[in-house]
Every structure is written in structure tokens, then in C-alpha cells.
Design a protein around this ligand. Structure first.
Ligand code: FES
Length: 118
């Protein structure tokens, strides 16, 4: 049995089609948590919206992310490129680093934090 609170809700599942990158914000332990949410091979994934290079947000405008011609997320600040599977930086100034993953799940057409995963 799971308990759901409104704070766990991120996005409607329909808002994150395959290959899309969306911004979401929730609170965890009273602190705002800014996330980038995507869907890769049918599964939603999320990371903190914080680039491991210089700690900047990855997006260039609210809810707008740059994507290269191979569907990889490109940091708007200095161009680091992240693959959409594990969030590993594959090109740019922080090559080999990775985005910090946040566990999410898809339930009843909603993408939400997976609190069970901490
Ligand atoms: S802060 Fe993202 S590439 Fe520099």
C-alpha cells in the first residue's frame, strides 16, 4: 500500500512524452527541489536541475531545455551534454560526471516522486 501526498506530484504523464525534457518543482523536507524530468525507453527519469559543472540550472528559460540532434540534454550555461539514460555527461566541461538522480515513478497517469526510494 502506498500513501500519496500532493507534494509528490511532478507532472501528468502525458506531459512527458518520449524524449521530452520538462521542469518540475516539489518540496522535500521543506526545501524546494527543482528537477528535470524526461522519458527514456518508456520510463520516466528525473534528476536535480543542477549541472555538475558549475551548479547552474540546465534550462535556458522556464521549462525550456536544449536538446542536441541525438536527443541528449545540453546544459544552457556552457554546453555540457548529458545522455538521457543515466544522466552521464558525455561531452563538454564535466565529461564523466553525472546528474544527480531522483527516483520517480509513474502511477495512474501521473509522474511522482518515489518516496520509498528516498
Ligand atoms: S554549468 Fe552546465 S556546462 Fe557549465
Amino acid at each position: 500500500m502506498t500513501s500519496q501526498t500532493p507534494e509528490q506530484f511532478l507532472l501528468d504523464a502525458d506531459a512527458v512524452p518520449e524524449g521530452a525534457f520538462r521542469e518540475a518543482q516539489v518540496e522535500r523536507d521543506g526545501q524546494p527541489l527543482w528537477l528535470v524530468v524526461t522519458r527514456y525507453q518508456g520510463t520516466p527519469r528525473a534528476w536535480l536541475n543542477v549541472c555538475p559543472h558549475a551548479g547552474r540550472s540546465l534550462n535556458f528559460a522556464p521549462d525550456r531545455f536544449a536538446v542536441d540532434d541525438r536527443g541528449r540534454l545540453v546544459c544552457a550555461a556552457h554546453g555540457a551534454v548529458f545522455e538521457p539514460d543515466q544522466g552521464v555527461c558525455v561531452a563538454g566541461p564535466c565529461r564523466g560526471d553525472r546528474l544527480r538522480a531522483v527516483a520517480v515513478r509513474e502511477v495512474d497517469g501521473r509522474i511522482e516522486l518515489d518516496a520509498a526510494s528516498g
